[in-house]
Design a protein. Structure first.
Ligand code: HBI
Ligand code: FE
Length: 295
């Protein structure tokens, strides 16, 4: 994934699309060098709170039978459902649980500041919310995607450790020029990952869990491929940022994800130099297809 370059209003490159970043990165000098900024709670309008309430209400009703157990258990720890939560209230609980805290950022930030925050157990949460006309889809992660999609699993100790390790790995990847490959792994796990649980196939990726349409599609549809997670396979596979995924990768547990990604990736990056990239919608030799979706 190309480095995100944010200089004032110049276009940001995020994934394959370039467009100006949504956030206000100047904020009258309130954005720190690590891209964090205060959550300006007073700036939220009644309409902003109402959009959050409606998104939370709709999405939480869709979760049973589709979201993983750990997510459903932790979701109430976000606190208030009828208005945008105060980050410091979430942090009171989150820091005690796993040493993580959420920090406000104006939107997408460059990869090194992003990885640095994760490596320090700080999850960057965009502090603005989508407009009413973007209710079903917002092109850039907003506060609902980040809070509802990403934060509940940070209460899970194993997943929380994986997220910190991912941040540390991201800084190493940046030094090796391998951010593109590593961002595919992020995409196919932390954003769009599936997990095989006793009760059946479930979603753990934030991009799925925060999407009204993709949640049932990812877990139940017969259209996409579902492949047991293999690091090289995931890091070879291009992805689409503005449509449902054609391929999902499946893990057996968060411990498996943590164990698989713990070793140093340098040999993997070397191996990837000799492997072709794969389109998002193909099956490849060696793919272990995930077991059939249980009814
Ligand atoms: N910035 N705020 C924010 N949130 C993200 O999820 C994010 C980012 N910058 C870069 C990025 N994600 C991806 O390039 C990751 O693969 C690193
Ligand atoms: Fe995300």
């Amino acid at each position: 994934m190309a480095e995100i370059v944010i200089q004032g209003a110049s276009p940001a490159v995020y994934g394959q699309s370039t467009r100006p970043p949504r956030g206000d990165y100047a904020r009258g000098g309130q954005v720190n060098t690590d891209y964090t900024c205060p959550q300006n709670y007073a700036a939220y309008t009644a309409a902003d709170h109402d959009i959050y309430r409606r998104l939370y209400e709709r999405q939480s009703a869709l979760l049973p039978g589709l979201a993983c157990d750990e997510f459903i258990t932790a979701l109430p720890l976000l606190g208030v459902k009828t208005q945008i939560p105060r980050f410091e209230k979430i942090n009171d609980r989150l820091y005690r649980a796993t040493g993580w805290e959420v920090v406000a950022v104006p939107g997408l930030i460059p990869e090194v500041p992003f990885f640095t925050l994760l490596a320090n157990r700080k999850f960057p949460v965009t502090d603005w919310i989508r407009r009413p006309d973007e209710f079903d889809y917002v092109v850039e992660p907003d506060i609902f995607h980040d809070l509802f999609g990403h934060v509940p699993l940070l209460f899970n100790p194993v997943f929380a450790d994986h997220m910190q390790a991912y941040g540390a790995g991201g800084l190493k990847a940046h030094a090796l020029g391998a951010c593109e490959q590593l961002s595919r792994l992020y995409w196919y796990t932390i954003e769009f990952g599936l997990i095989q649980q006793k009760s059946g196939l479930r979603a753990y990726g934030a991009g799925i869990l925060s999407s009204a349409g993709e949640l049932a599609y990812a877990v139940k549809s017969s259209v996409p491929h579902r492949i047991a997670l293999n690091l090289l396979r995931a890091m070879r596979t291009r992805y689409k940022i503005d449509s449902y995924q054609k391929t999902y990768f499946v893990i057996d547990s968060f411990q498996q994800l943590f164990d698989m990604t713990a070793p140093d990736f340098t040999p993997l990056y070397a191996a990837l130099q000799r492997l072709t990239e794969l389109p998002a919608d193909v099956q490849a030799p060696g793919d272990v297809m995930a077991s059939a979706v249980m009814a």
